[in-house]
Design a protein around this ligand. Sequence first.
Ligand code: SAH
Ligand code: SF4
Ligand code: F3S
Length: 466
Amino acid sequence: MKLPNYEDERKRTNEEVKFIYLDDEFNNDALKNKKYFLKTYGCQMNVHDSEELRAHLENLGAVETDDLDESDIVILNTCAIRENAHDKVFGYLGRCKHIKEQRDLIICLCGCMAQEESVTTEIREKYPYVDIVFGTHNIHELPKLILNHQKKQDIEVYSIEGNVYENIPYKRDSKISAWVNIMYGCDKFCTYCIVPYTRGKQRSRKSIDIIDEVNDLVKCGYQEITLLGQNVNAYGKDLDNEVSFAKLLELVAKTGIKRLRFVTSHPWDFTDEMIDVISKYDNIMPYIHLPLQSGSSKILKLMGRRYTKEEYLDLYKKMKEKISDVAITTDIIVGFPNESDEDFSETLDVVKKCEFDSAYTFIYSPRIGTPAAKMKDSVSLETKEKRLQELNKLINHYSNIKNKEYLNKTVKVLITGISDKDNNKVCGYTETMKLVNVDAPKDTIGKIIDVKITDTKSFSMDGEIV
Ligand code: SAH
Ligand code: SF4
Ligand code: F3S
């Protein structure tokens, strides 16, 4: 048994990162005829990790089911970013327990929640029916953990700074658009955030390994690649013969992939060189997710974000000037400890100045172990909820305006599948990452087509093929 330890997770030694090239030792039929049910919470990182979990299980012959009731193995790939994620997962475990009372079922919990001390303690004490718990550093051990599992609960969570694993198998959700990790972990330690504790220190992959993966994906016919990292702009800073993010973008753009995207950008590490590269290459999409978190320099300082309101606005302006027709989206937290009315109105002020294409907005959620969780807070939940509502209204107002600008225009859309809204239509994304439901034949799926926008709403648009 190995339990997570916050003390260890907080540490950042200068120990060298190991690059470990996995070989496929588990490729047999040990789980033949077994069905697995996988539920993924949280960010793109977890979505992509789930693609790895699928590959490990299917290499052992298991098949996926979307029906919990017929599954032999359940895996909950969890997120720890806010408290509500915790409640959802424990609620779900209750359902699994009910099934397990009637028949055999292996219940696994992994992801960021597994890296939380309080969660593993809770599971050990109150949830003996959870069979296997593993963390974000040992996803590749899933085959071993399942095959060696006896009746006893196994908790194998490492609180280490982390290695970089290569040759990871993935069973990708899409044959059109692929995620590619360029780095793991985070060293920013924003005071509210749990990620540096759950994902370890920043470790960049070697550019040569990234390019190899991208070249393979291009060969397989992928149209779009999204480079993944908690702050992609800091890519390479931890490597000796440094390839900067700007340089990496250029290298990936030159592979000939039709569309190149990246998330998430941290304003602090965003250089002019990156902006130049984005504007230079037509296959780098004019879309940037640039989390603001707060518009108040005072709160930003308390958050440990290392930029001021003015610096954010300057960067924003530069992007808008240099990258033609760029769409910019953001993340905002309201109700950070002691956020005053003035602080909040600074946030509204930035939203008004930036007119974001859209935004994810959250009420601050204290995470045990982070510095902000120790700050005394005098603001009531009611006030926080009111602020969130007011902010969302403003965000939607601008989303609507931004989308309306597309009306009657013809734009390029990468068609990714059948529309959820209407089975007779297909859907896809513009270069600026706007969802469009398109009146077009199904054989356009996987292609980039010209679409005339016929109607717009806050969160999507309608169009027809031209
Ligand atoms: N690495 C990204 C963010 C990843 S987490 C970045 O630095 O921008 C995604 C979003 O969740 C964050 O941008 C933030 O807005 C929100 N978030 C993180 N911790 C939170 C907390 N404790 N309470 C509320 N929202 C939080
Ligand atoms: Fe969290 Fe900050 Fe790292 Fe983003 S940059 S993952 S918000 S600590
Ligand atoms: Fe959640 Fe972990 Fe992502 S905490 S947001 S799944 S990095």
